[in-house]
Write a protein that binds this ligand. Structure first.
Ligand code: NAI
Ligand code: MG
Length: 365
């Protein structure tokens, strides 16, 4: 049977960019004989409008069954004053929590045609393709004890960094599995020099690494890693790190490559019965209410999220390469949505024109 994909376009520009992904999915079905069982449902404000909840139970159940979920974006000013329990982002949080998506994947990928767009020197970023794997469900953001307490005659704010061996083991496995589909290198970042959790982290990652003899494992202190990430990011393939360090390192890495409209992401959980990980793919950007409904949104972040699904959920690495190459081709032709233009007065292409151009580049591939 065909692999299954649940599409949740969401709000604002979500449906606009997802319409372009549908063109790509249709192309793979028609031209590469790669069919998916695609179903579509509501999430976020759109689900609230229809059901009074940002994620219906039936949608949640469906998300647990499919091979991969592809989400657009949720939220918007219309929903800003809703009660916290039914806010659009609660739909997304529920998906992440109930699917137990503990590995957050943030690629930093730089298309040659956009290398001038980066704040770094062109040769530092041109052709860059690295992946940061951030542990997402544990660590200092969740550890107990936490709180603000009275201590003597003043208050003390406390958070606790806490990692169990199994939490480290499973995210490390995600990183090594990814490395096997990429450049076969993992760099693990922690601060084993000053943190107990860092010592355990290094020990467990080293142990997991023995199951992946083909993958070259290295370790770096996270502060030195931040420096190396800016100095010469191409030395990395997969970086695996904890929740806190990953938060900082992935935001910094995102800026190596330019626009929010270009950044895909994925969140992975435990392997399912068929061996595929539970997976949610989504662009990093939000629902962009300032440009929604105007045909201005850049669909590439969402299209690249689908490319990640091809590579990491559907074992179609060559087809993912084909899609990324089509994006590169279109950018090299000079086609730009408004977010990819400076002030030089060039004419931007619309969301649909960008999608059509990528389909045309696929046709020519
Ligand atoms: P945003 O990412 O929606 O927009 C930030 C800026 O980037 C805006 O100027 C927007 O026009 C631009 N932008 C974003 N994506 C773009 C694209 N594909 N093409 C061209 N330009 C793009 O973040 P913001 O404005 O902070 O939040 C807007 C709404 O989105 C809020 O309701 C927020 O809660 C929600 N949000 C949802 C997320 C999600 O669904 N994962 C993530 C971030 C925010
Ligand atoms: Mg952050």
């Amino acid at each position: 049977s065909n692999p299954s994909l649940l599409i949740l376009p969401g709000d604002g520009i979500g449906p606009e960019v997802m319409a372009e992904v549908r063109k790509i999915i249709d192309w793979f079905g028609a031209k590469r004989d790669l069919q998916f069982d695609v179903s579509e449902d509501l999430v976020g404000g759109a689900a609230y409008d229809k059901h009074g909840t940002p994620l219906h139970d039936d949608t949640m159940a469906k998300a647990q069954e499919v091979d991969a979920v592809l989400l657009g974006a949720v939220g918007g000013p219309k929903y800003d004053n809703l009660d916290f329990s039914v806010k659009p982002e609660r739909g997304l949080l529920r998906l992440r929590k109930e699917m137990d998506l503990y590995a957050n994947l943030r690629p930093a990928q730089c298309f040659d045609a956009l290398a001038d767009f980066s704040s770094l020197k062109k040769d530092v970023v041109a052709g860059l393709d690295i992946m940061i794997v951030r542990e997402l469900t544990s660590g200092i953001y969740f550890g107990e004890p936490r709180g603000i307490f009275e201590e003597g005659n003043e208050r003390v704010g406390i958070n606790t960094q806490r990692y169990t061996e199994s939490e480290i083991d499973r995210v490390a496995r995600s990183a090594f599995e990814l490395a096997m589909r990429r450049g076969k290198k993992v760099c693990s970042m922690e601060k084993a020099n000053v943190m107990e959790s860092g010592i355990l982290w290094r020990e467990v990652v080293t142990e997991v690494g023995k199951d992946y003899p083909e993958v070259e494992l290295s370790h770096m202190y996270a502060d030195a890693g931040a420096m190396q990430l800016c100095r010469w990011p191409k030395q990395f393939d997969v970086i695996v790190t904890d929740n806190l360090f990953g938060d900082l390192l992935s935001d910094a890495a995102a800026m190596l490559t330019g626009s929010l409209g270009m950044l895909p992401s994925a969140s992975l959980g435990a392997p399912m019965e068929n061996g595929r990980p539970k997976a949610l793919y989504e662009p990093v950007h939000g629902s962009a209410p300032d440009i929604a409904g105007q045909g201005k949104a850049n669909p590439i972040a969402c299209i690249l999220s689908f490319a990640m699904a091809l590579r990491y959920s559907f074992d179609q690495g060559a087809e993912a390469d084909r899609l990324e190459q089509a994006v590169e081709t279109v950018l090299a032709e000079g086609k730009r949505t408004a977010d990819l233009l400076g002030d030089e007065g060039a004419t931007p292409v619309s969301t649909a024109e960008m999608g059509d151009a990528i389909v045309a580049a696929l046709d020519a591939s």
